[in-house]
Ligand binder design. Structure first.
Ligand code: SAH
Ligand code: AVI
Length: 316
């Protein structure tokens, strides 16, 4: 990790542990260990979103591909292992270039190595960084038509106002003649949701606690991982799953050179995963300057894929 990144991580951890209630951005889950743990979550029996979205994308890839222009550039936000990407690349050989964007440099490097071997004619231009920061595309692809791709329901990890900000900046990055394909998880029975975020093997608990392990590794922290419980709960007021790390005891923990107090039962809120309906997603997209061009819905457990296009001035 770069020194500058480490400084930002330290500052965000200090702010998170000083806040009441304590809360941190989920982007810090994804160091090399966290990215591998996320891949392990995706194959647990309870975590349906990956399987469901993958099979939906497989069945609609040709329809999506039909709307992709010749020589288009696929720009993916939070690309991870780039597995779902392959479904689009295979269905749309007219795609000339691929720009995977991910905060996990390790996950990005591994994905690019595999894609280079399997798609020798594709121009690959990876960007390691935060997709909420100001981004610019490599000059080699600047003039090509853009197709944004944001699978996984990672959009659900934003608060609604952050999602709107992200969608607005995606428009600026992709240009007025683009399309944006977004995967979004759908509101459903609470028991299915809670199980997906609290799998029986404890992989999601490990993923959540890796945040503490990462603070120990990178910021000289002394978190005792066994002194915290992984808690996954449905918050009906905001239609979201929440993940927390709840202190089992009253304790003082050191991190980034400072002491922080936890009361027994006090929580560090680590993630929100908002779930959508067609109506709530469309309203979100509209408020950020996008219109819903098409939508596809899987069978139960439901997961949706949306195709968005920028609202043109004459439409507003
Ligand atoms: N798109 C993949 C991976 C989803 S997991 C899929 O659908 O399976 C979320 C991915 O987003 C991870 O690879 C993580 O490293 C990345 N990510 C999370 N927050 C990010 C941020 N702020 N900027 C860039 N990448 C981010
Ligand atoms: C990446 N993101 C959409 C996942 C989610 O479902 O919110 C991360 C995750 N958290 C727990 N399990 C998976």
């Amino acid at each position: 990790m770069e020194v500058a990144d480490n400084r930002e991580f330290a500052a965000d951890v200090i702010a998170a542990l000083s806040a009441r209630p304590k809360s941190i951005s989920p982007k810090y889950f994804y160091d090399a260990v966290g990215s591998d743990l996320f891949e392990a979550i995706c194959v647990t029996p309870e975590y349906y979103p990956t399987r469901t979205e993958t099979s939906l994308l497989r069945s609609i890839a040709a329809e999506i591909a039909a709307g992709i222009p010749d020589g288009g550039v696929l720009v993916e936000f939070g690309s991870g292992a780039s597995d779902k990407t392959r479904l689009l690349l295979d269905a749309a050989p007219q795609i000339a270039a691929y720009v995977p964007i991910d905060i996990s440099a390790d996950a990005l490097a591994k994905a690019v190595e595999r894609l280079t071997a399997d798609y020798p004619h594709l121009l690959l231009a990876p960007l390691a960084g935060d997709f909420t920061a100001e981004l610019s595309l490599p000059t080699a692809v600047a003039q090509l038509p853009k197709i944004g791709f944001f699978p996984g329901s990672t959009i659900g990890n934003f608060l609604p106002e952050q999602a709107v900000e992200f969608l607005r900046s995606a428009y600026h990055l992709l240009g007025s003649d683009c399309m944006l394909i977004i995967g979004a998880d759908v509101v459903k029975d609470e028991a299915i949701l809670v199980a997906a975020y609290d799998d029986a093997q404890g992989v999601t608990a490990q993923f959540n606690k890796n945040l503490l392990a990462r603070i120990n590794r990178e910021l000289g922290g002394d978190f005792d991982l066994d002194a915290f419980d992984h808690v996954a709960r449905w918050n009906p007021a905001f239609n979201r799953m929440e993940m927390h790390l709840v202190s089992r005891v009253g304790q003082i923990v050191n991190a980034a050179g400072l002491p922080f107090t936890f009361k027994a039962g006090e929580s560090l809120h680590t993630e929100n995963s908002h779930k959508f309906t067609r109506e709530s997603f469309e309203a979100l997209a509209n408020s950020a300057g996008w219109r819903l061009e098409r939508q596809w819905l899987s069978g139960a457990p439901e997961f949706a894929v949306f195709c968005l296009k920028p609202i043109q001035p004459e439409e507003s």
